[in-house]
Write a protein that binds this ligand. Structure first.
Ligand SMILES: Nc1ncnc2c1ncn2[C@@H]1O[C@H](COP(=O)(O)OP(=O)(O)OP(=O)(O)O)[C@@H](O)[C@H]1O
Ligand SMILES: [Mg+2]
Length: 503
């Protein structure tokens, strides 16, 4: 029987959300010890298919066989019990809890039967053991509070949590999108040991290199339809892109030919104790400054402090030659220093509100005069901006939580651009963005530079960093370890060396 070859086999899966069809007769099958990559443009239906397998969404049609037997999970709990775990694309840990409490959430060991006590010591020990086994103990500790973790550490927690169930199948929905090279290597080692243990892995990623490095087979979805499944040895990058977008794409990065003008922004002596120290930085109009570093190097933290989200212990901001004070995020917006954050939930978006409201929110004065809001204008401008970013939506009245992960990221960018920045800070701007839309965003960046904007881009994707930056600043351990220009800024080796601390 065909089904016996696979641990999991899904066929004919269909799903609609309020009348809109998002999956149509999709199939996917996994063998033990196989890494099966799932690819497709933003909004193609990848996460939705995974949530159906996990019992989070109910399917409208189709069949799922687990080890040859039909299953129909009613909740993620059911799927976990049956041996399927998932690392979600959108992380939502409980902020006040510790790492250990989050990992073992819902299955804490009770010390005394019937007593509402959790044995914290035991939880911590178990978590520590897992972290050590998978070489993650240098990144997080069991007793850290979730709210104190950065986005990469949160991702690490999710990874260890999924592994801790000893599942037969682990679904990883863009697990590396917020990890830098070092953490990514650690994850890849974990993946190897899971494969040895005969775990089947479904791996969603927009990163071609990863897929070619890791996958045995790749399945592609487009507009909710199953396009095909190929063995990686027999596939080429062009072929996969063609399957995903239905056409050929131009490769490469657009060249930033903008004239570099005056220094627009200068940071002097930026210091936040224990986080970053004595950071100096300059960026000119028309320039794209790349910031390189490992996760935890302090890049995002410097930028968060610049735009008023965190306090500085010391430091000056000079904008257009004049010293300015930024005490609050509003001060940054007023001075047209705008940050598009990678952490779209914490800083970027209000998920339960509409796309329009999210784009308009810090830009209200553009649509209002004397406390009167010009609604049609607001609608038109927001709609144009969302479309410019190639956001896949039914309309701008859709709530943001109904968008796919990559499309939420496009809304963050749309909102930032509407604020007419002088200085635009892009923190992992293409995190979770598909190959086609990436090219759009790169072209927009170059256009903005040509209009005289100064752009600071934090990126963990080395090809993007090298491809897009005019100059690269490298940080390690909260300090600037180098500034590279010209051919030096093109050398992955030089950048990595500095990112590891310089020596
Ligand atoms: N809860 C929901 N309500 C309404 N529509 C939804 C919901 N969840 C997803 N959708 C829609 O289903 C489609 C597929 O979304 P999905 O999240 O599966 O895409 P994806 O392939 O994972 O994309 P990405 O690469 O951006 O993560 C999208 O058009 C999205 O707007
Ligand atoms: Mg997704």
């Amino acid at each position: 029987m065909e089904g016996e070859k696979y641990i999991l086999e899904a066929t004919g899966i269909s799903k609609s959300f309020s009348g809109v069809n998002v999956l149509n007769g999709v199939e996917l099958s996994i063998k033990a010890g196989e890494l099966h990559a799932l690819m497709g443009e933003n909004g193609a239906g990848k996460s939705t298919l995974m949530k159906i397998i996990m019992g989070i969404y109910t399917k409208d049609g189709g069949k799922i066989l687990l080890e040859g037997k039909e299953v129909d999970f009613k909740s993620a709990r059911d799927a976990l019990d049956a041996g399927i775990a998932m690392i979600h694309q959108e992380l939502s840990p409980i902020p006040e809890m510790t790492v250990a409490e989050n990992v073992f959430l819902g299955r804490e060991q009770k010390k005394f039967k019937g007593m509402p006590f959790v044995d914290k010591k035991e939880l911590n020990e178990k978590t520590q053991k897992l972290l050590e086994e998978y070489e993650l103990s240098e990144f997080i500790r069991p007793n850290m509070k979730m709210k104190d973790l950065n986005i990469a550490q949160t991702q690490m927690m999710e990874i260890i949590k999924a592994i801790s169930y000893n599942s037969k199948i682990i679904i990883m929905d863009e697990p590396t999108s917020s990890l830098s090279e070092k953490e990514t290597d650690t994850l890849f080692r974990i993946i190897d040991s899971l494969k040895e243990k005969k775990v089947g892995i479904i791996y969603i990623s927009h990163r071609m290199e990863e897929v070619f490095q890791l996958a045995d087979r790749v399945s592609v979805l487009r507009d909710g339809k199953f396009i095909g499944c190929v063995r990686v040895e027999e596939a080429s990058q062009e072929e996969l892109i063609n399957m995903m977008v239905g056409r050929e794409l131009e490769g490469g990065y657009p060249k930033n030919t903008a004239k570099k003008g005056e220094v627009v922004l200068e940071l002097k002596n930026f210091t936040r104790k224990g986080v970053f120290e004595n950071v100096n930085l300059k960026v000119r109009s028309g320039e794209i400054l790349g910031m390189a570093g490992l996760v935890g190097a302090g890049r995002s933290e410097v930028m968060r402090a610049l735009v008023g989200y965190d306090k500085l212990d010391q430091g000056e901001v000079i904008l257009d030659g004049k010293k300015i004070n930024i005490k609050h995020p509003k001060d940054a917006v007023r001075n047209h220093i705008i940050m598009a954050s990678e952490d779209r939930k914490a800083l970027g978006l209000i998920l339960c509100r509409s796309i329009k409201e999210n784009i308009a929110i810090q830009n209200e004065d553009q649509f209002s005069s004397a406390s009167f809001i010009n609604k049609p204008k607001e609608k038109k401008v927001c709609d144009e901006m969302a479309k410019k970013m190639t956001t896949k939506m039914n309309g701008i009245e859709d709530t943001v939580d109904s968008l796919s992960g990559g499309n939420q990221q496009k809304v963050v960018l749309a909102k930032s651009l509407l604020s007419a920045p002088k200085v635009l800070i892009m923190d992992e701007p293409t995190r979770g963005i598909d190959v086609g839309a990436k090219a759009t965003i790169y072209n927009i960046m170059v256009d903005l530079a040509k209009q005289g904007m100064a752009i600071i881009m934090i990126s963990s994707e080395m090809p993007e960093l090298i491809g897009m930056s005019d100059r690269v600043m490298v940080m390690a351990g909260g300090k600037v370890t180098g500034e590279l220009e010209g051919s030096e800024a093109q050398s992955q080796q030089t950048i990595l060396k500095l990112a590891l601390g310089g020596n």
